[in-house]
Design a protein around this ligand. Structure first.
Ligand code: AMP
Ligand code: MG
Length: 343
């Protein structure tokens, strides 16, 4: 349903009735439900096929609404003041009203204030905090337009509100400020460590995958049991069904039908007849590349090819690191063997 006052009203009605609704945000489309209702949130897990150990992010209008769900420190308030509404999810100690199913039994809750005007209208109209993971079957590529949601979850969701293509195209940055350890990034995203630094007073580190937190930060290796504290526990995530591998300069020679997804339009690449060539941005603009990444991966996945070669974004910081993290997950870390000569 196209985003309109009627769509907002209908979404709010369904959410107040304990149902799930797919809604646009500036990061990716979310599958939303009343965050205060275990029953409503159970429906999210069911529709996505998401394991119950994977906690949900709660979406709220502002810091005041966040305070109903979490215990806010002065640092939390400063981060909200500077970056909300926007693509920053904060992990904070939870309040008793947040059901266990939302946090996978953790003593902390993830909260974000989305910027998309339609999502904000729905939040205002229903007056509820909304738990909303990406609106895709668990493990598959996140949806960045309403059509993506329709294709995969159309028969499981009573309403999909169309808010156009997502402006950012990558899931939010997750920052754990639940203390006593220093703030640490659990998931790279559109808001970079460099942007967070002035408010934190230091450049935040990225937590090793699923490492437990000690007073000084992440400690020890990943534990096999317990809830996922970062989406990195599962190597394969954000993944196309077609096998894929990464390359940095030039893709390897491959005799099978395959596709190459370049970061930037390649200047002098002459593909073989069995190779389809795509690129994320004409001129290497990292924001454009991030915005188009998931839609491109979905297109590549529909071509019936035998392999996908995905070029890593240049550089290791900022948005490039968030893109590369997603690309790595899409490939389960496969690196193309015998990478071709650079052009
Ligand atoms: P998404 O699948 O985009 O909704 O992202 C949800 C992710 O947020 C989960 O996979 C967790 O990694 C992270 N998350 C949610 N709640 C918590 C929490 N209380 N502590 C740590 N990470 C969390
Ligand atoms: Mg997701």
């Amino acid at each position: 349903m196209a985003g309109s006052p009627e769509a907002v009203a209908q979404a709010a009605r369904l959410l107040l009735d304990g149902q799930i609704v797919a809604l646009p945000t500036e990061t990716v489309y979310g599958l939303a439900a009343n965050a205060l209702s275990s029953r409503a949130c159970t429906a999210i897990f069911k529709a996505k096929g998401r394991p119950l150990e994977d906690p949900l992010i709660c979406h709220v209008l502002d810091a005041n609404a966040a305070e109903q769900l979490a215990v806010l420190t002065p640092l939390a308030r400063a981060l909200m003041e500077r970056f909300w509404p926007g693509p920053l999810t904060l992990i904070m100690p939870k309040r008793a009203c947040v059901p266990k199913i939302v946090t996978a039994g953790l003593p902390t809750v993830a909260v974000r204030s989305p910027a998309h005007p339609l999502m904000r209208s729905v939040l205002a109209a229903c007056g509820l905090p909304l738990a909303a993971p990406s609106a895709n079957p668990f493990g598959y590529i996140s949806p960045t337009c309403a059509q993506h949601v329709w294709e995969q979850l159309g028969d499981r969701v009573p309403l999909i509100v169309d808010g156009g293509p997502c402006a950012l195209g990558l899931e939010s940055t997750i920052l754990d400020i639940s203390g006593p350890h220093p703030a640490v990034i659990l998931r790279l995203g559109p808001l970079t460590a460099e942007q967070l630094e002035p408010v934190l007073g230091f450049l935040p580190q990225v937590a090793p995958k699923n490492a437990p937190m000690g007073p000084a930060g992440p400690v020890g290796p990943a534990g096999p049991a317990g809830p996922l504290i970062a989406p990195g526990l599962l190597e394969r995530h954000y993944s196309p069904k077609c096998p894929a591998s990464l390359f940095s300069q030039m893709p390897p020679v491959d005799t099978r039908p395959h596709a190459c997804l370049f970061f930037k339009k390649p200047a002098k690449y002459l593909p073989s007849a069995n190779c389809r060539v795509f690129w994320l941005s004409e001129d290497g603009d990292v924001h454009v590349a991030a915005q188009r990444l998931y839609a491109q991966l979905r297109i590549l996945d529909t071509l019936g090819l035998q392999h996908l070669y995905l070029q890593q974004a240049p550089g290791a910081d900022g948005l490039s690191s968030a893109i590369n993290e997603r690309l790595g997950r899409a490939c389960s870390g496969n690196i193309a063997e015998n990478e071709g000569p650079s052009d």
